[in-house]
Design a protein around this ligand. Structure first.
Ligand code: ATP
Length: 515
């Protein structure tokens, strides 16, 4: 655990040192849980967003995109249930005066039990070697079964108490499990209270006439209120989807995990409108499609798992998360929710306007059901970034830090380096950048010895380096170095663009997705 913590700290400082993520308004000592993306971070973030957008909108004939405003009519949030129910249960420790999410305290306790199971598995795997059958071990080892039973019982009780809004029982659970404040070590807790996560603001010049507004806590409602606009103007037939990316704001109680939990963040959401009765089939479809989207990036499948929700939100008839193995354990990366007709029906009621669809095949009007996929762009960034961060021991005893970001998403695709700063090599290198820049992000770098420049590009995640040497001037070839293998090959300058495009073009990734 301590090791994972160390790694996470290194990842955070690497993100800052190499211009990926800075604390917001840092010269004023920052703002809690708010971050700025630097010159390399914004490129990675844009590339992830583009991958999501194109896979949703460009590859699906029946999915279109919109960009709704952050401010919405305040009744939107009454109708959506956020005013009444967008709460987190909070608890304070009376000694440290630290505030926690009560459910997260319990979930962290369960994560520790899960870590014990993992330890047992690792121990047994070592003992049995090739003979080891993990599945069988998990199903039969008495100690593991005990742990599993305990973890399931705790989560079930937590889910039920939250469902019933029985906050006294959530506190009782924390006390029974003897959970102590990580800061003070004490078990001197306040009662559990509900806390609404929406940020309020005002619209209008005078205090008397100003209207109370909220910063949107999710992008989804901008899609629901535009359902008919898009359906009619786009002549869309069910099933069809509306996709959107954009900022969302939540006054999170605890925000300690870097960009995992921010107060201002970006979501990428898609609402898929379907005939009632088909939600199970579409739920399974989108679960698979979304997992495939992640796996296409080439990150090992062991880092992902589905987690079914114990406690269903007020609008859902089925829901699960795709969890990712972050440096601090498996946590939610994306949600897939079967939202029934809750949202459209509720807006219909509050707005007093019909939000029905006339189905020419069924020859009837009805309120469509909705299947939602919702992923945090910043969390996806953290998943990619933390997975990419590698400290690799080299043969000469030194260590190189390399960001193994999938080439297609890397901020810079290729760095062109003259071997020395003379003899016409810089000019030739700049010409190559000028040719490549139309198709990919290419940079020129002449500072320091070439070995150090390779290290720097490794640390930035640049998948390819092209080195121009004296031979280049004679025979029109350069060396092409691969970030991950560090292998170099000699290639013709004329074919460089084509060779690289095959590796770094978003198309190569999109083609892996089966639609
Ligand atoms: P959590 O349980 O972690 O608070 P949630 O279940 O409230 O998340 P959703 O409302 O389902 O999250 O939001 C969809 C996605 O938006 C999440 O899967 C996550 O990737 C992202 N997200 C939610 N809250 C934050 C946040 N505070 N910071 C960054 N990303 C977030």
């Amino acid at each position: 655990m301590a090791n994972d913590n160390e790694t996470f700290k290194k990842i955070i400082s690497h993100a800052k040192e190499y211009g990926f993520v800075f604390p917001s308004s840092e010269i004023y000592d920052g703002l809690s849980a708010v971050y700025d993306y630097g010159q390399n971070g914004v490129a990675l973030k844009n590339n992830i967003r583009e991958y999501w957008w194109k896979s949703m909108v460009q590859l699906h004939e029946n999915i279109v995109g919109i960009d709704a405003a952050i401010f919405m009519h305040p009744t939107t949030w009454k109708a959506s249930g956020h005013v009444d129910a967008f709460n987190d249960p909070l608890i304070d420790n009376k000694d440290s005066k630290k505030r926690y999410r009560a459910d997260v305290l319990v979930e962290d306790y369960v994560a520790k039990i899960e870590a014990k199971i993992e330890k047992e598995v690792a121990k047994a795997a070592k003992r049995f070697g090739d003979q080891f059958d993990q599945q069988q071990f998990l199903q039969t080892n008495p100690r593991v079964l005990d742990y599993q039973e305990k973890a399931t019982a705790i989560l079930k009780r937590l889910g039920q108490s939250l469902e019933k809004e029985d906050l006294a029982d959530v506190k009782a659970l924390i006390e029974e499990l003897e959970i102590a404040c990580p800061e003070s070590g004490s078990r001197n807790w306040t009662d559990v209270k509900q806390f609404n996560l929406m940020f309020g603001t005002k619209l209008g010049a005078s205090a008397a006439t100003a209207m109370d507004l909220y910063l949107r806590p999710e992008t989804a409602q901008g899609i629901f209120v535009n359902f008919l606009n898009v359906q009619k103007t786009g002549r869309m037939k069910l099933p069809f989807g509306i996709a959107q990316t954009g900022k969302a704001f939540r006054n999170e109680i605890i925000a300690r995990q870097f960009i995992f939990r921010m107060r201002e963040f970006e979501q990428m959401e898609m609402q898929f409108f379907i005939p009632p009765g088909t939600q199970k089939e579409w739920y399974d479809h989108w679960k698979k499609t979304r997992l495939d989207w992640h796996l296409a990036l080439g990150i090992s499948a062991e880092n992902y798992r589905f987690h079914d929700h114990e406690k269903l939100a007020h609008y859902a008839d089925a829901a699960c998360d795709i969890e990712f193995k972050f440096p601090f354990g498996f946590k939610e990366l994306e949600g897939i929710h079967s939202r029934t007709d809750f949202d459209l029906s509720s807006h219909e009621e509050y707005a007093g306007k019909k939000l029905k669809y006339f189905d020419p095949e069924r020859n009837e009007s009805y309120t469509p059901y909705v299947l939602e996929t919702s992923i945090g762009l910043d969390r996806m960034f953290l998943a990619i970034f933390s997975n990419a961060y590698t400290e690799e021991p080299l043969e000469d005893g030194s260590t190189r830090i390399v960001l193994k970001i999938p080439a297609v998403l890397a901020p810079t695709k290729v760095a062109v380096l003259p071997l020395v700063k003379k003899d016409g090599l810089p000019e030739r290198a700049r010409q190559i950048v000028d040719t490549l820049k139309w198709d990919m992000t290419a940079v020129y770098d002449e500072k320091d010895a070439v070995g150090r420049r390779y290290r720097r590009q490794d640390a930035l995640g640049t998948p390819y380096c092209v080195t121009v040497d004296h031979q280049s001037l004679e025979d029109g070839t350069v060396t092409l170095r691969d970030r991950d293998t560090m292998q170099q090959e000699r290639v013709n300058i004329d074919t460089l663009s084509q060779t690289l495009a095959k590796q770094v073009d978003l198309r190569s990734l999109l083609e892996k997705l089966s639609n």
